[in-house]
Each structure stands twice: as structure tokens, then as C-alpha cells.
Design a protein. Structure first.
Length: 132
């Protein structure tokens, strides 16, 4: 597995198992398959973007600063790298949420880091230290 960092994002290049049921703290609020749109221009890379989260967790941040909704739900892509590998990409929640300067919100961000790590473990993808 290749692990890369780019502009605060955590990118995991690995095969993401297909058709594996996902259980846990996250709901998919929105899904966008980018390939049909960008395929018109001849682009071939596959990319699906998701907004995923949990409104109960989001409320724990919202009560301190409604601006937390800029970062919750979490924005994720699963996309094809130029070499053809599947890549799971996400900005680490604690990094983005800490920008609000509220310790209560940053702590929820750290909890979300661990929950994203648990999701990756459930999918059989190695979990980077930043998400444990």
C-alpha cells in the first residue's frame, strides 16, 4: 500500500474491497460519480465523491459553533490514481475542525479521526497512524 500526504489530506492507495457491507457511525448523505461528467472531456479516471457523517456527532460540534458544518459532513473521494490504484482520500477531521479554535470541537474531530480509521480497518485497508 502506498500512503501519501498532500495539502493536509490523507490518501490511501490500495484496493478497496467491493460489495462489502459497511456498518458503523457514518451515513452517506450525498454521492457523486464524477466520471460521466469529466468523461465528456475525454478523462478516463474513475472518481466517486461522498459526503459522509453522523448528525448526532455533528450536533456535538454545532452547539459550540455552527461553523463546524463547513467541515461536517466529511468530504471523501475514492478515486483512481494515475497508476490505476484505488485511493481513499480525506482531510483528517481533527486538522480541519481545529481551524475553528474550539477545543470541544477539536476533540470531536479526534474522535472522527478514530472512526474513519475504524471504517478503513473494517474495509480491510491499512490504517495510517494519523487515524488511530
Amino acid at each position: 500500500m502506498a500512503r501519501m500526504k498532500r495539502a493536509g489530506a490523507i490518501l490511501l492507495a490500495n484496493r478497496v474491497p467491493r460489495h462489502r457491507p459497511v456498518t458503523g457511525p457514518f451515513m452517506i448523505y450525498w454521492k457523486f460519480d464524477a466520471q460521466p461528467l469529466f468523461g465528456v472531456a475525454g478523462d478516463r479516471a474513475r472518481c466517486t465523491e461522498y459526503l459522509m457523517g453522523n448528525h448526532m456527532i455533528a450536533e456535538r460540534m454545532y452547539r459550540h459553533d455552527a461553523g463546524a458544518l463547513l467541515y461536517a459532513p466529511l468530504r471523501v473521494t475514492i478515486h483512481e490514481s494515475p497508476s490505476g490504484e484505488a485511493v481513499f482520500a480525506i482531510d483528517r477531521p481533527s486538522d480541519t475542525l481545529s481551524a475553528l479554535g474550539r477545543p470541544e470541537i477539536t476533540e470531536v474531530g479526534r474522535e472522527l479521526d478514530r472512526k474513519v480509521g475504524a471504517l478503513l480497518a473494517h474495509l480491510g485497508v491499512p490504517v495510517p497512524d494519523e487515524l488511530t
